[in-house]
Design a protein around this ligand. Sequence first.
Ligand code: ACO
Length: 149
Amino acid sequence: MRHIVIREMKESDIPHVVEIENISFSTPWSSHSFLREIYKPYSISMVALIGDRILGYICAEMIIDEAHILNLAVHPDFRRMGVGSLLVSRLLEEVERKGCRYIYLEVRTSNLAAKRLYERFNFKVVGVRRHYYVHPDEDALIMMLELSH
Ligand code: ACO
């Protein structure tokens, strides 16, 4: 595969990001949600590209020494090629550099692809949020990684 670039998400990326969002989730974020993320002071939003084609994105927020992954998706045509892993790995570097010690996320209990991806980075299941998701109703697994300093 040609060289994948990871960079900060820009306002002009949002229409392409929303296209991926809409095919990836049953309750997708709106353009406005992404817009809010990119201008929030303690947030990180990044996209993965080949040339000017957006392949995927990740959004996270930071509160003191904790980061929280809020969103991650890769276009179906580019899944299983390491794009999701590259986004997670770049995010981990960034939040660690900014002083975070812990990183959390929620994932649907049935989402084996995402769960496996995060397990490969040593995230562990630390709890369950009952009925966290709608369409369909489902529990969330809370996963956490302690970052080394
Ligand atoms: N089935 C089983 N394991 C999988 C799958 C799958 N379909 N997809 C990824 N994995 C695991 C594998 O261990 C894989 O390694 P391997 O290919 O060497 O076996 C590893 O994850 C890394 O895969 P990547 O290629 O880096 O992941 P990809 O670029 O395909 O992105 C993602 C994974 C983001 C979960 C993608 O499937 C996607 O966009 N899904 C829909 C949206 C989604 O569920 N996002 C996560 C929500 S949770 C959250 O945001 C906190």
